[in-house]
Each structure stands twice: as C-alpha cells, then as structure tokens.
Design a protein around this ligand. Sequence first.
Ligand code: AMP
Ligand code: MG
Length: 415
Amino acid sequence: MTAASSREGGIEAGSLSTVEAYQAAILSEIRPLAPVSRELADAEGCVLAEDVTAAVSLPSFDNSSMDGYAVTAADVAGASKSSPVRLRVTGEIAAGDIGVYRLVPGTAIKIMTGAQIPAGADAVVPVEWTDDGIATVEIYRAADAGNAVRYTGGDAAAGETLLTAGVRMRPMQIAVAASAGRKAVSVRPQPRIVVLSTGDELTEPGTPLVAGRIWDSNSYMIAACAREAGAVATRRAVVPDDPAGVLPALLEQIGHADILITTGGVSMGGEHDVVKAALRELGTVTFRKVAMQPGMPQGFGVIGEDRVPIFTLPGNPVSAYVSFQLFVRPAIAALQGTSDRSLPKLQASLTAPVRSPEGRRSYLRSVLDGSKVTPLTGQGSHQIAALGRANALIIVPEWETQLPQGDTVDVLVLP
Ligand code: AMP
Ligand code: MG
C-alpha cells in the first residue's frame, strides 16, 4: 500500500465518508427509469432502451452522389479535353423520381444528386466534367465504373444494428433512427428534477433586498445544472425555515419528480436546519459528512411511497454547485442507465501555490488554460463571484495541505 492510499484509507475509517464511498452509496440506491416510447422529435437527450436496426439497406437503391450524366464507363473511356466524347441526352432523372429508366448504350441521361441510377448505367460523369449540354453533352474526362455512384447497402445492410441500447440520443443518433424509418424509439426518458431552496433569508431575484436577506441563487443554479446534465428541471418557490412546512412542500412534489433536490437547512446542527429535522423523522434519508471542501454536510435518501431519491445539498452556493457535480450528476445518468456524463478529468500544472485542510479533498475554483491551471482568489463557499469566473476545479487530495506552484494536479473541467 502506498503512503497516499493508506492515508486515504484512514479517512474512510473515520467519521467522514470519502467522496467515492458517498458516490457509491448513492448509486447503489438508484434504479434506472422504466423505458417509454418516444417519438423522434421528443427523443433528444433520452437514452435508447432498445437496439435500432436498419429496416432496409442504406441507401436502399443505387443513386448518384453528384449532379451529372449517367453513362456507361465504356462509352466515356477515351474522353479528354482535347478529344471529348459527345453523347445524346435522352432524359433527366431528379431525386425522388420513381420512374423506371434504362440507359441505351451510347447515350447519357442527365441525373441529379440522390436520383436513382438508371438500369444499364454504371457511372456518373459530374456536370463539372462536361459542357452541361441539354440535347447532347460533351464529356471531357473519363469516368471509371462506379464513379459518383452510391451503392445499395453501402452505408448499412438491411437488418444491421445501427444504434445499440444504452446510447444517448444526440442529433446524430436521431438522424440514424429517422434514416432507419423509425417514428418512435424505446428510451429511458430524461429524469424530472424538482429543486427547492430553503431559508428565511431568501428573496426572489428581481424583488428589492432588505438588510439581512439575500437573493436566492441556488434554485436557479441547480435547476440549470440539472438541465445541463440531461434532466428536465423545475424550480419551486423558496420554502421558509418552518419545520412543519418543509416535509409537505417536498411530498407535494413527489409525483412530479424522479429526483428531488433541496439546498440549505442541513448545516451541522443548528435548530434552523429544517430540512435535516423534517427528513430525519422519515428515517429513509441519511445525513453524513463527506471529506471534502466545499460541501461537507450531505444528505441523501428516498421519500414517499415511490421512494423518490432526494439530495439535500448544502446552502452555500459553491458547496451546492460542487455537490451537484460530484453526486447528483452521476445519479442523473444512472437513472437513464448510463454513466456517460462524468466531467472530464485531466492534469495541469499549478501557476500558483494552493492550500487545503488536512483530511479533506478540496475542489478549488480555478481557470484552466491549456496545460496550466490558476486558482482563483475567493475560495470561500459563499463566494459565488469566483465561481462565476471558474471553468475548472483543482482537486487537492485529502493528505495534502499545500501544493507549490508548478505541481501537477488533477483538474475537473466544468461543463
Ligand atoms: P444553510 O445551509 O441553510 O445554513 O445555509 C448556508 C449558507 O448558504 C447561508 O449563508 C445561507 O444564507 C446560504 N444560502 C442558503 N440557501 C441559499 C440560496 N438558495 N441561495 C443563496 N444562498 C443560500
Ligand atoms: Mg438555511
């Protein structure tokens, strides 16, 4: 065992959870959502719950990849600028034309991109190699057999699997499903997330502030985080610090949510920690300290008959943000049966020294620029202005209390 991992192990044995242990505890409780049928127009961001196979060959008929003239390669074999081949043009085939055409050897048929290759033709001479003639055409260059022809099945064979279950429906995959003739697909939908912030001090942005109050930023931020992470998110009006009001406010949302998220009210033991007080009674939500900074106080569990997962994030905005990215984000993917949404982690060199409390993993707001990362001034968990300047989080391991300029560190790239 290395020195580092034994020290890590020591933390796990203590009263604090490691980040990984807490992530694992959450994921072990998440069951993927049941598949539903979604029309393609509504399938973006959903995760396929079935394989999609090609109903027909792609393309399903030989067609031209260019505007030009369908010919036989043999007829144009000797064509050059100084000695053009002249052919009579006997017709024209446009894309979508379902007529039956046959090329008579020694003639040409004008053809458009995507139009069927007429029987008897084996090549297309692009219009750029000709005089663009109407009744007859002069051809200045030889075309090999198969030139500018897209053959049946050249993209995929009939019955071939085009998309496998577990793939997220991004625009490319929607195009594939449509090209396979599918009107709807079986998917795990985007999880529905309801966000509630708690606190008597919270005022709705856009309304005047009186001394002692702050504008609610968490509910807007976390709802936006959830959308970015692939969920459908709604925020609810602020819940006051009234112990009797919190649980009803949460239970009211249960039918609308695949995940509930609260912020605030879970600090380390004050009587105003109404979220903790209300949920503790239920016995299905666990509160623990995670060996990280920001974001030490965390709560997760299930509520209601449907056992809806609930995250109680800390109130400080930066803590709530980091907690979302570490704990809620993987849970959203897990509800869709995937793990494709984790934040990119890379290494960069510190442009300035950093500090971190012993025994806790720090996630420092920073600016990543190529292979260099600069910690921002203002690492307090309330310092939302610094968060607004960050594009990355520097990870300082639990066993480090300071790292010098020039050290290589792990960095999480923020979405
Ligand atoms: P709490 O966890 O409720 O004790 O809150 C911790 C800190 O976060 C306090 O300074 C709160 O004012 C602040 N806070 C709580 N909720 C929000 C919110 N929705 N928006 C901005 N700050 C908040
Ligand atoms: Mg509070």
